[in-house]
Design a protein around this ligand. Structure first.
Ligand SMILES: [Zn+2]
Ligand SMILES: [Zn+2]
Ligand SMILES: [Zn+2]
Length: 279
């Protein structure tokens, strides 16, 4: 028969684990350090630094009182209205002024979550360095799908270490924007009698794009102006988008939408305004 000490020990270990790892049930019941000591911690919005100084101190105190090692949870935030890049972990708050920092993507790794999930998860390792020598560099990892959101909030260019390619972010997120932009263009009506062929890139779907020079912005010289393409519809929007993306400066995604690329078949230069959906 089980002794009361063993039952208590087991219950305590479960409680301690739950208190540190705070499952949703514990959060809902308010059993977190932030909640229990809420009135002493004050408001995070009013006194961010004071709040986190107190929170980290009390967390260290409370957790070291539990017979367990440590737990590190992290969240990353770069709120635009504050102008800081912060990394909030259980025991530390790293912080640097947005204007002072350089962010570099140092690594990108792909992870297959399960054999039946078709899309692998891409994790990016970012390093934040400040020009202020008093601020120690710090790093964190994010899912590549959160990368463009982070970059937008950061409001500054992020460097890519040599050999780092962000697959999902660059191609997939660009394709979304690319598609939305093309949908705004005037459609092209196929002349009577002409049938849509399969896309010669993927051979999966009809080639629903046609390049018609519609832009009027004159370039500085003829070299930079768009040209008329006389090809019949040969590419689907996804394949054309991938082609468009592949011809860009991979280090400067912010320039992609505004640049010109050659038609994959006849090499006539076109821009995003010249891509029409075939109706
Ligand atoms: Zn295609
Ligand atoms: Zn062409
Ligand atoms: Zn154009």
């Amino acid at each position: 028969m089980e002794s009361p000490e063993l039952s208590f020990t087991l219950a305590y270990v479960v409680f301690a684990l739950c208190f540190i790892f705070t499952p949703n049930e514990f959060r809902a019941a308010g059993l977190t350090v932030q909640n229990v000591f809420g009135s002493w911690l004050g408001s995070e919005d009013v006194g961010f630094i004071q709040y986190h100084l107190r929170r980290t101190s009390i967390t260290i105190l409370v957790h070291s009182a539990l017979p367990l090692g440590y737990y590190l949870g992290m969240s990353v935030a770069a709120p635009e209205n504050v102008g800081y890049v912060q990394q909030v972990t259980t025991y530390y708050v790293h912080m640097t002024l947005q204007a002072d920092c350089h962010v570099t993507v140092t690594e990108s790794t792909q992870h297959e979550l399960s054999p039946d999930s078709s899309t692998p998860v891409e994790m990016l390792t970012l390093r934040v360095e400040s020009i202020n020598p008093a601020v120690r560099p710090f790093g964190f990892r994010i899912n590549s799908t959160d990368y463009s959101d982070f970059r937008e909030k950061l409001g500054a260019p992020i460097r890519l270490s040599p050999n780092v390619v962000i697959h999902q972010t660059i191609s997939d997120l660009f394709l979304e924007t690319f598609r939305a932009q093309v949908e705004l263009n005037q459609p092209y009506t196929l002349p009577g009698g002409q049938e849509l062929e399969l896309c010669i890139g993927c051979m999966q779907v009809p080639a629903r794009t046609k390049l018609v020079r519609r832009c009027h912005a004159a370039g500085a010289d003829n070299e930079s102006e768009c040209q008329q393409c006389f090809c019949r519809p040969m590419w689907c929007l996804t394949c054309l988008g991938r082609w468009f993306a592949s011809r860009q400066d991979q280090q400067r995604p912010e320039t992609w939408l505004s640049s010109k690329v050659p038609c994959p078949t006849c090499r006539a230069r076109f821009c995003i305004l010249d891509i029409c959906m075939v109706r």
